[in-house]
Design a protein around this ligand. Structure first.
Ligand code: EPU
Length: 417
């Protein structure tokens, strides 16, 4: 298995260009299932999760052409309605095919994703919503089997704000008969951009970006050409790297409006953050100030930035508390950070961090995507060498991360197994 080796202690300087957003691209590529004919997507990041999505769509019968960051998909020939365990276990977001397949083929058989390192991650709200739209749902042999002649619009209240749940139900409802109202819908930018794509396909959707989304069903949709929005979590990760190494980094091609909570907390921690159109410049302060964080659905502080921010707090000048309210097991990075000298105690869903002057490089193990990114950040700030194993987690969601950090002056390299 590949390893990433980081020699810490260098200030990062320069410019870095942000790639297309993984979590926007996944549902958007899958939304091609709702149309006949070639859809064109640009700014698609080259990631393992994108490849898994393409493998799944090919398995279902779609045709796909890829040229650099442009992906074209024609789902006109899709006839297979089954997403098998082997494909779904590689990427939980595969569950997003459920809504579009039932809407389009009137049936779907999708392997249940199961838990993952960061939590149990049930899909009960996806299933309850689809049942409200008239699908008959059965769980058999580890699979969800859903059938419906034509889905019917309904009012659906989601007990918890769920990103992929909202996306799945939105994609199911666009071809339903009548009007669907999704209440307590997720407001994340990835939901809004999916709604924009569906609207361009001919769907009638109002309210995306608020907690109530109204969808008036139509009988068919047409293919589109769209550009994937920038990845706010990749941008946030590079922003923290500048603050952490007391560097000066300009993040290009990002969407500052999607990063308000991260910008706010970075400023409170002492970093100088200047926003200009589609770029953000972060200058690290000599002294990092401790700041409390609580992860929340958008526009709150993103859970996907919690691990990275914890690294910053671990070398801040005081005491801080980080509460994780989205996932029940998203502190797996803590034990690895402690091995690098961080002083962190966990009580329930809160991490209590007493800043230390310096982290020290150590061999560490990645456990999930964002935890892996936090270990790279810790390595960049630490004295000595950090060797990160199980980096396949990183390849799921960060495009060319070693090249981008090297370009900013980091001493980072990948050792192939
Ligand atoms: N939940 C339920 N029932 C459901 C669905 C969700 O109880 O049917 C709970 C979850 O267990 C969790 C909370 O609701 O406690 C929120 O989870 P959500 O459904 O919003 O998460 P998700 O849609 O599975 C997406 C991102 C995650 C990101 C979360 C939260 C994608 C493909 N994934 O997951 O991204 O952390 O939203 O913002 O969009 C990552 O990129 O590293 C990542 C994990």
């Amino acid at each position: 298995m590949d390893k990433i080796i980081v020699e810490g202690g260098r200030s990062l300087e320069g410019e870095v260009k942000i790639s297309g957003a993984k979590n926007a691209a996944l549902p958007i590529l899958i939304s091609s299932l709702l149309t006949d004919g070639w859809n064109t997507y640009t700014n698609v990041p080259d990631l393992r999760d994108i490849q898994s999505t393409k493998d799944l769509l090919l398995h279902l019968g779609a045709r796909i052409e890829t040229d650099k960051d442009t992906v074209q998909i024609d789902a006109g020939g899709v006839g297979n309605h089954e997403a098998p365990y082997d494909l779904v276990r590689k990427m939980r977001a595969s569950i997003l095919v459920l809504g579009p397949l039932v809407a389009r083929l009137k049936k779907a058989r999708v392997s249940l994703p199961g838990g993952c390192a960061i939590g149990a991650r049930p899909i009960n709200l996806h299933l309850k919503g689809l049942a409200r739209l008239g699908a008959s749902i059965e769980l058999k042999h580890g699979y969800v089997e859903a059938t419906a002649d034509r889905l019917k619009g309904e009012e659906i209240y989601m007990d918890i704000s769920t990103v992929t749940g909202t996306e799945n139900l939105m994609m199911a409802a666009v071809l339903a008969k009548g009007t669907t109202v999704l209440s307590n819908a997720a407001c994340e930018p990835e939901v809004v951009t999916l709604a924009d794509v569906l609207i361009r396909m001919g769907a009638k959707i109002k309210g995306a970006g608020t907690s109530v989304i109204t969808i008036e069903g139509v009988s068919n949709l047409k293919p589109v050409s769209v550009k994937i929005i920038p990845d706010r979590i990749e941008a946030g990760t590079f922003m923290v790297s500048a603050a952490l190494t007391k560097g000066n980094v300009t993040i290009l091609d990002c969407e500052p409006d999607h990063l308000e909570a991260v910008i706010h907390k970075l400023r409170l921690s002492g970093a100088e953050v200047s926003v200009k159109d589609k770029s953000i410049q972060v200058k690290g302060a000599n002294e990092i100030v401790s700041v409390d964080i609580k992860t929340l659905p958008y526009p709150g502080f993103p859970t996907d930035m919690q691990a990275q921010f914890m690294v910053l707090m671990s070398i801040a000048s005081g005491f801080s508390m980080i509460s994780e309210t989205i996932f029940e097991n998203r502190f797996i990075h803590v034990s690895e950070l402690k091995r690098m000298g961080a002083d962190i105690k966990i009580s329930g869903n809160t991490a209590m961090i007493t800043g230390v002057p310096m982290l020290s490089g150590a061999p560490v193990m990645a456990s999930d995507l964002r935890a892996s990114a936090s270990l790279i950040l810790a390595g960049l700030a630490a004295k000595g060498t950090t060797e990160i194993s199980r980096v396949y987690h990183l390849d799921r969601g960060y495009e060319e991360i070693e090249r981008k950090f090297s370009q900013l002056g980091a001493a980072i390299r990948r050792v192939k197994a």
